[in-house]
Design a protein. Structure first.
Length: 259
């Protein structure tokens, strides 16, 4: 019933169904593509961060994932963070540290709406968990922009995207274009490549424990038969006698029987 209601709710909106895509981290034995995550962070930093925040991600999260500790420290030092108060009782600015969170583009939601024609750009920290379709949806949304059909009501500052579940008109216009940036590793920066990489980065941001969870699941699958065998042996050979015990009740003799 819930599945049927969900399907009806989806089809009630004028948007295309998001297909399932083949991601490098799909599958029981697959892990995140760290090179793609690193490129995705570059896309987020140079494109997405102008409007979208990631309030739950700090620079320390990058360490030993797609950056070394020194690289993460160097990346954090590029921002200026307000701190304090100092010894003089005043606030001051300092270079960022690993413990600092990624900078927010706007001071508050009011400023964000004023800068985006009334629309509030969502925080991207958990976006793949907050949207049906996850990274599939993000990829199709970023690559699915097109000209609106004739007569379709849309404002000049909006974009037309059939994958957006709100009548296809979206406040965010197309952001990714071929060769708009240059990857550090020399990968061609096509629109689809950038969309894939930033989707991988946002998937990692939403589920940083993904690889650890799979690793522990694999360990459990390997050790579970051995543990089960040991428990069965212990139960069978150490406790069987308890199940087979018999109690014999002998009634005490009455005083009259001794006469």
């Amino acid at each position: 019933l819930l599945s049927t209601l969900n399907h009806v709710a989806e089809t009630s909106f004028l948007h295309l169904h998001v297909p399932r895509l083949d991601w490098p981290h799909n599958g029981i034995l697959k892990t995140y593509d760290t090179a793609s995550i690193r490129r995705g962070y570059q896309v987020y930093k140079q494109v997405c961060a102008a409007c979208h925040s990631m309030k739950q991600i700090s620079y320390r999260h990058f360490v030993n994932v797609f950056m070394t500790e020194e690289e993460a420290k160097r990346e954090a030092s590029e921002i200026q963070v307000q701190d304090g108060p100092g010894d003089d009782g005043k606030m001051y600015t300092r270079p960022g540290k690993l413990i600092d969170y990624l900078p927010q583009p706007y001071a508050n939601d009011v400023a964000a709406r004023l800068a985006n024609n009334g629309a509030l750009p969502p925080d991207l920290s958990m976006i793949t968990l907050a949207r049906h379709g996850g990274e599939d949806y993000l990829f199709m949304l970023l690559t699915g922009y097109m000209d609106p059909p004739a007569g379709f009501p849309i404002e000049s500052y909006q974009g037309y995207n059939p994958y957006f579940p709100n009548g296809a008109s979206i406040a965010m216009t197309q952001q990714l274009f071929d060769d708009m940036l240059e990857y550090e590793d020399g990968t061609p920066a096509t629109q689809s490549q950038m969309a894939k990489d930033v989707a991988c980065f946002l998937k990692w941001a939403s589920e940083p424990e993904h690889d650890i969870r799979k690793r522990w699941a694999l360990k459990l699958l390997v050790t579970a038969p051995l543990i089960t065998s040991v428990i069965y042996y212990w139960k069978r050979h150490q406790w069987t006698y308890l199940k087979s015990r018999k109690f014999v009740f002998k009634a005490p003799r009455s005083p009259s029987s001794n006469e």
